[in-house]
Design a protein around this ligand. Structure first.
Ligand code: FAD
Length: 283
C-alpha cells in the first residue's frame, strides 16, 4: 500500500489586508506537516503579481515547508513569466503549478500562451530544475465540450511535461473515480491529487459551483438547505463531510489529497485531525 500525499493551498491576502494575516494562517497550519503548500496567483489588473513569490518565500524559508507557486498564462508575455520564474526560484519553490487562468471580462489576453500546456512547455525549457504541475477537472472544465475532450487536452499537458496533477474541487467522489479511470485509460500516469474544499457557507459554495460547473450532490444540498443560514453549524457539517470524503478517497487508494484551506486554519486542522491516521499507512 502506498502512502497518500497530503498538501494544502493558501492564497495571498488582499492588498489592503493587515500584513500579519498570512502569518496567522501559516501559524495556524503549523505542525500539520503537509507534503507541500501551494500558493495561488492572481492575474487581474489589480492583482499584486509579486505576492505569490513573497508568500512562497515565507513558507519555504520561515516555516520550512516545501512550496509550490501557481502561475497563470493568459495575461503574461515571456518577459512577465521569466520575471515570475526568477522570483519563484529565489523563493526556493520546488514546483510551479502552470495554469491557463480565467478570462477577465473586458481584458484582452496577451496572446502568447493560449493553453496551460503552452506554459508547461515554456517552463520546462526555461527552468529544467523546476517541476511543473498542472490542474485537472473531475467533472470536466467548464469550457470543454466533453470530459473526453478535456482528458485529451490533459494528456497534452502531461506530454508537455507536467509531472503531477491537482484536481478542481468536487463533492461526489464517484465523479473523481470515473475521471481517474478515464485519465488512466488515456495513458495519463502521473500522480493525481484530489482537490477538496470544505463547505464554508451556502452562498459561497453555490457561486463557486456555478462558476466551475461543480455538481452539488443531494447530501450536500440537504446540508445547505438545513443549515444554510446557520453558518457555524453548516461549517461543522462541512468538516464532517470533507473528512468522510477524504476517508473514502484514501480507502480507494488515491495518490493524494489537496485541501483548499481558504486561509481558514481552524477548519483545516479539524479535518486533518480526523483523517491524519489514514495517511500514516506505511509503504
Ligand atoms: P487548460 O489546461 O489550458 O484548460 C482550459 C480549457 O482549454 C479546458 O477546457 C481544456 O479542455 C481546453 N484546452 C486545453 N488545451 C487545449 C487545446 N490544445 N486546444 C483546445 N482546447 C484546449 N486560477 C488562477 O487565476 N490562479 C490560481 O492560482 C489558480 N489555481 C488553481 C488551482 C487548481 C488546482 C485548479 C484546478 C484551478 C486553479 N485556477 C487558478 C483556475 C484555472 O486558472 C481555471 O480553471 C482556468 O479556467 C483553466 O486553467 P487550466 O490551467 O486548467 O487550463
Amino acid at each position: 500500500m502506498h502512502k497518500p500525499m497530503f498538501s494544502l493551498e493558501v492564497f495571498p491576502p488582499k492588498r489592503d489586508a493587515p500584513v500579519g494575516t498570512i502569518y496567522d494562517t501559516l501559524d495556524g497550519l503549523q505542525g500539520l506537516d503537509p507534503d507541500f503548500i501551494s500558493v495561488t496567483y492572481g492575474h487581474g489588473t489589480h492583482a499584486d503579481r509579486t505576492a505569490t513569490a513573497r508568500i512562497a518565500n515565507t513558507i519555504r524559508n520561515e516555516y520550512r515547508i516545501p512550496t509550490v507557486a501557481h502561475l497563470t498564462a493568459l495575461y503574461s508575455d515571456e518577459a512577465k513569466i521569466d520575471e515570475a520564474l526568477e522570483m519563484f526560484e529565489h523563493a526556493g519553490v520546488f514546483a510551479v503549478l502552470a495554469l491557463r487562468g480565467d478570462y477577465i471580462d473586458g481584458e484582452e489576453p496577451v496572446g502568447v500562451f493560449e493553453h496551460a500546456s503552452d506554459l508547461v512547455r515554456y517552463i520546462r525549457a526555461r527552468k529544467p530544475d523546476l517541476k511543473v504541475f498542472g490542474a485537472c477537472y473531475p467533472e470536466g472544465h467548464i469550457q470543454s465540450e466533453s470530459i473526453d475532450a478535456d482528458i485529451e487536452h490533459l494528456k497534452e499537458k502531461v506530454d508537455a511535461g507536467a509531472t503531477h496533477l491537482i484536481s478542481q474541487l468536487f463533492y461526489d467522489n464517484e465523479d473523481f473515480y470515473r475521471f481517474l479511470d478515464k485519465a488512466r485509460a488515456a495513458g495519463i500516469d502521473v500522480p493525481i491529487e484530489a482537490g477538496i474544499m470544505p463547505i464554508n457557507g451556502a452562498k459561497s459554495l453555490r457561486s463557486m459551483a456555478a462558476k466551475n460547473r461543480t455538481r452539488i450532490p443531494r447530501d450536500v444540498e440537504s446540508l445547505l438547505e438545513r443549515w444554510g443560514s446557520d453558518v457555524p453549524t453548516l461549517r461543522e457539517a462541512g468538516i464532517n463531510y470533507a473528512s468522510a470524503q477524504i476517508t473514502d478517497l484514501v480507502a480507494h487508494g488515491i495518490d493524494g489529497v489537496h485541501l483548499y484551506t481558504m486561509n481558514r486554519p481552524a477548519t483545516t486542522r479539524r479535518i486533518w485531525r480526523n483523517v491524519r491516521p489514514l495517511f500514516q499507512t506505511a509503504e
